[in-house]
Structures are given as structure tokens and as C-alpha cells.
Design a binder for this molecule. Structure first.
Ligand code: UD1
Length: 419
């Protein structure tokens, strides 16, 4: 297994280009199940989650042609070999449940392993299933799997009690072929939802309102293959913005979807960073001392839960006290105990973490526990005194394309080694 070694203390300077968004590619890959013909997805990052989804699609019977060098992926699904998303795949990547909607919609049946808990919380899919039931599907659960069947889904008015990103996407994917009109109320506002709706509309679907709380989907009989480009990854971009700010760096982040990152921009500015919009990107200039700021995660357009661990790493070296409140997931503080091993002063009280800034973190051997926690440990390692070793970085490879190479080009002393 690989691990990452970092010698802290370098300022990050230079330019970095953001890759395509993992959370946008996965629903687009799922959408390819709805079409008989070659769908082409461009700007596809080379990530472990994408590989997992490719395995899942192959298992279902899709044909795939990948050109990773040029970040292109082609998918064609004429016939199904299986309608099952097995446990082994779903347990490594929850987003596998995204095949549920398209499978039921086009092939009338799906069997998907229930995801169960994960490192950051319980993460149920009850709202996905409730919505499908309202569209007339029969839903049964046995032996850890959910079976969903429907001869023909019917349009329905669906209210989701909690804002759910993949839930909204799954129901949108299911509704494109439903008879009549589906209205999704309290839909997730995340840009990746709008990206999926844009692609589906170009395929021939009739969706309005994506990106707002109310999405209307009028069922159509057939979709057609298209070429679609993945939007840039706002979380990867945000991670580099924090990296520049906390290393007192000066980094131009190219292909940066800053328009999706207002909440982070505000917090970084409050913390003392300078953020300049330039041709081709966003420049982030870090300054000292970092001012401690309070952060509360909220579904988009609020501060992203996927940036909570990274901003916490920054607050560890802030000049005062910061209260970080996690409202989206109930157990997303796994990085705290590792940051404390580096000398961070953090107290957890329920969904709040109180971070008292320290002058200096010290390098330490660390264990990554989930995707964004891994990123926060790397950020902490960049400013720590001495050597940091981060192991179990397969979590990192799920969602960051060649992060160590990108950071190295910015001047970080970082390398990947075999354990
Ligand atoms: C997506 C993102 C993930 C991000 C998260 C929140 C993808 C592939 N992943 O995950 O990176 O951290 O949004 O922004 O896009 N919930 C229910 N019942 C459900 C579904 C969700 O109670 O049926 C709850 C969850 O437990 C959680 C909250 O709703 O507390 C939000 O989860 P959700 O938006 O569904 O997260 P994901 O779509 O899994």
C-alpha cells in the first residue's frame, strides 16, 4: 500500500489546474445506462471511485472505452448482463446506488446492496426508496439488498425530507422515462445536480428547475447519446485554495469554479487570505497570522461538508478560537484525533469542534480515515514542523487526481512511496 511523505514548511507558489469533478462524473456515468449508444464523457479525472464505477457498469453489461491520458470515457449499454450492484462495490463506494434510478427506469428492475454505515455517518437511502415507491415501484429488502421493480414508473410529486444530493440525482434519473410529470420538492441545489440535468436534457429529457428546490421532469420515451464535459471539481479547487492560504502561498488555481465556492471565498477572506479573480483562474495569497473563523457546514450554497476537514486543518494554526459545526453528517470528525497527534488543540462537543489555534503543528505518522480527512492531513503536513507520513491513502486516491504531483509542482516537499 502507498503512503505519502511530507516535509513541512514550504510555501506553495505557482499554478495548478483543477480536474473534472468526481461527484459530477459518477451521475453522468449512471445516466449512460439510460441510452442505447455510445455516450462520451470528457474531462474525466483518473480516480479510484471512477474505476469502481467502471467495474460496476461492466458488471451490469455496459461496454466501456477509456482514454485516461486524454480524460475521455465512452460508455454504451445495449443489453444488461445483470441488474445487481453487489455488496463488494457498494461498500467501497456509496455512490454505486446511483444505478438504481436508471436501471429501474430503463430495464424495469434493479437489485442494489444497501450501503449501510460508513466512516462519516449512517447515510441511509430511505429517501431514494421513498421517492421510487411514490413513482409506483415495488421496493423490498432482503439479505442486505434492496429490490426495486416497476413495469412503468409513473410521475409523482415527491418531497424529500432532507436535502440529498444523490437522492435527487437518482430520482431525476428514474423520472426521465416515467409516464407523466414528476416534481421533486426540496431538491439538492448542488452544481453537480444541475450538470446532470443539463446532460440529460441534451440527451432528450425534459427537465426544468435543476439547481433550484423544485425540479420538474416530464417523462420521455427515448434518450439519445451525446458528448458531455464534466464541470471542474469545486472541492479539489477549494482544497488548493486552502493549501495556498495556509502555507502563506501564492497560487493561481486554473479552471477554478470559484462561482460555486462563494461560502469558502468568504471564510478564506475572513481568515486573512487575499483572493483575486484573474484571467484563467483564481489567485489565492496567504498571509499571517491566519485569523480563526467559525464555520458551519450546510448543503449548497452553504459551506460544503466536503471542505470541513480541510478548513479545520487551517484553523489548527489560526490565531484564536474557531468553532466548526458539522450539520450534514453526524460523524465527520474522524480527522480530529489524527490532527491532535500533530499537536492540534481541538475539543469535540457533539456536532461542534472547538479549535484553539497553535503556533506550530509537528509532523507525525498519520492514518487517513476517509477521503476529505486524508486531504486535511496532507494540508496539516504541509505546514507542520518536520516529517509527516500519511498511510491508507487509498482514501485520497478515491477523489484527488495526482494530488502529490500537483503539490510538488507548487513547491511542496511531498512524495508517494510504497509501504
Ligand atoms: C453527496 C456527495 C458527498 C457529499 C454529500 C453532502 C456524491 C457522489 N457525494 O453524498 O461527497 O459529502 O453529498 O454534500 O455526490 N440522507 C438521508 N436519507 C437519504 C439520503 C440522505 O437521511 O435517503 C441524509 C444523509 O444521511 C446525510 C444527508 O442526508 O445526513 C445528506 O446526504 P446526501 O446529500 O444524500 O449525501 P450523498 O448524496 O451520499
Amino acid at each position: 500500500m502507498d503512503k505519502i511523505l511530507i516535509e513541512g514548511g514550504e510555501r506553495l507558489v505557482g499554478e495548478v489546474t483543477v480536474s473534472g469533478a468526481k461527484n459530477a462524473v459518477l451521475p453522468l456515468m449512471a445516466a449512460s445506462l439510460l441510452v442505447d449508444g455510445w455516450n462520451t464523457i470528457t474531462n474525466v479525472p483518473n480516480l479510484r471511485d471512477i474505476e469502481t464505477f467502471k467495474i460496476l457498469l461492466k458488471h451490469l453489461g455496459s461496454e466501456l472505452e477509456a482514454d485516461p491520458q486524454n480524460n475521455i470515457l465512452k460508455i454504451k449499454t445495449s443489453n444488461l448482463k445483470s441488474n445487481e450492484a453487489p455488496y463488494d462495490l457498494v461498500k467501497t463506494m456509496r455512490a454505486s446506488v446511483l444505478v438504481l434510478g436508471p436501471l429501474v427506469s430503463r430495464f424495469k428492475q434493479a437489485r442494489v446492496s444497501l450501503p449501510g454505515g460508513c466512516a462519516i455517518g449512517a447515510r441511509p437511502i430511505d429517501l431514494h426508496l421513498k421517492g421510487l415507491k411514490q413513482m409506483g415501484a415495488e421496493v423490498t429488502i432482503e439479505k442486505g439488498y434492496v429490490n426495486v421493480a416497476a413495469k412503468k414508473l409513473k410521475g409523482a410529486k415527491i418531497y424529500m425530507d432532507t436535502t440529498t444530493v444523490t437522492g435527487t440525482e437518482n430520482l431525476m434519473l428514474a423520472a426521465v422515462h416515467a409516464e407523466g410529470t414528476t416534481i421533486l420538492e426540496n431538491s439538492a441545489l448542488e452544481p453537480e445536480v444541475a450538470c446532470l440535468a443539463d446532460a440529460l436534457n441534451r440527451m432528450g429529457a425534459r427537465i426544468t428547475g435543476a439547481g433550484t428546490e423544485t425540479i420538474k421532469i416530464e417523462g420521455v420515451d427515448k434518450l439519445y447519446p451525446i458528448e458531455m464535459r464534466v464541470i471542474p471539481d469545486r472541492i479539489e479547487a477549494g482544497t488548493f485554495m486552502v493549501a495556498s492560504a495556509m502555507t502563506r502561498g501564492n497560487v493561481l488555481i486554473k479552471d477554478c469554479p470559484h462561482y460555486y465556492l462563494d461560502s469558502l471565498n468568504v471564510k478564506l477572506k475572513e481568515a486573512g487570505a487575499e483572493i483575486i479573480e484573474e484571467d484563467g483562474g483564481i489567485r489565492v495569497i496567504g498571509d499571517v497570522p491566519i485569523r480563526s473563523v467559525d464555520v458551519k457546514t450546510i448543503p449548497y450554497p452553504g459551506f460544503p461538508t466536503d471542505m470541513q476537514a480541510q478548513i479545520m486543518a487551517m484553523m489548527c494554526i489560526g490565531s484564536g478560537l474557531s468553532v466548526i459545526t458539522e450539520t450534514v453528517f453526524e460523524n465527520r470528525f474522524m480527522h480530529v484525533s489524527e490532527l491532535k497527534r500533530m499537536g492540534a488543540d481541538i475539543t469535540i462537543d457533539g456536532r461542534c469542534a472547538v479549535v484553539r489555534g497553535v503556533k506550530q503543528l509537528s509532523g507525525a505518522p498519520l492514518m487517513a480515515t476517509d477521503l476529505r480527512a486524508s486531504a486535511s492531513l496532507i494540508l496539516a503536513g504541509l505546514v507542520a514542523d518536520g516529517k509527516t507520513e500519511v498511510s491508507r491513502i487509498y482514501h485520497l486516491d478515491r477523489g484527488y487526481e495526482k494530488i502529490e504531483e500537483k503539490l510538488k509542482r507548487l513547491g511542496a516537499k511531498i512524495e508517494r512511496v510504497k509501504e
